[in-house]
Write a protein that binds this ligand. Structure first.
Ligand SMILES: O=C(O)CCC(=O)C(=O)O
Length: 202
């Protein structure tokens, strides 16, 4: 699989709304490469449905996940600890393209697989200590289009994340906003997100 970013064809769309520092790049990869990557991650990634502890109860996370890193590492999220799988050549290639677009470096990818609209992620910020202060996080969407929401104490912002779009959340987003991907009973098709992170100390 050989991939290129078409930044000259698909410029970054600045979406600075109410001081929400995010950018959404449409058609991030050429469409054939996006389709191949979607197929690759569906077939080759080691998907697992983990458990979390919430208010003293053990619950299954409402989506499948996988965690890949350049060097062996762990990532703890809502009391669930992910041990990394070794980064693959295909994932490294896409990681480098995303790092170039986001003007930063990433050493790990947390992947989420939403089997249909009943899978979701609830309100949270990616502010785990492993990410260090003010992390830049980028998320590549493949498959079904889903709503994505941000909120802080005064505002709520919603956007759609279509297939093959790259959302870049800037350094102050995780400290000032929470985000979620809500349920939708209408959506029957799967969606996968590859979320790119820089784990500190690796
Ligand atoms: O699926 C997404 O685009 C976002 C997932 C998310 O919020 C997360 O992994 O922290």
């Amino acid at each position: 699989m050989s991939m290129q970013v078409r930044r000259h064809i698909c410029p970054m769309l600045p979406t600075t709304t109410m001081n929400l520092q995010v950018q959404l790049i449409a058609d991030f990869l050429p469409s054939q490469q996006a389709a191949e990557l979607f197929e690759y991650v569906q077939q080759e990634v080691r998907w697992k449905q983990e458990w979390i502890e919430l208010y003293g109860r053990r619950l299954r996370i409402p989506r499948l996940q996988a965690f890949y890193a350049d060097t062996p590492s762990t990532y703890t999220y809502s009391n669930a600890t992910f041990k990394s799988s070794q980064m693959t050549g295909e994932l490294t290639e896409i990681k480098e393209l995303v790092a170039y677009a986001a003007h930063t470096e990433f050493n790990s990818i947390l992947l989420n697989r939403y089997r249909d609209g009943l899978d979701y992620v609830s309100w949270h910020a990616d502010n785990e200590p492993e990410l260090g202060p003010d992390p830049i996080i980028a998320s590549l969407s493949l498959g079904a289009e889903r709503r994505f929401c941000f909120k802080n104490s005064t505002s709520k912002v919603e956007m759609l994340l279509p297939h093959n779009s790259l959302l870049i959340m800037g350094p102050d987003v995780q400290s000032n906003w929470q985000h979620c991907l809500p349920k939708s009973t209408k959506i029957k098709a799967p969606r996968i997100s590859l979320t790119f992170r820089q784990i500190q100390g690796n």
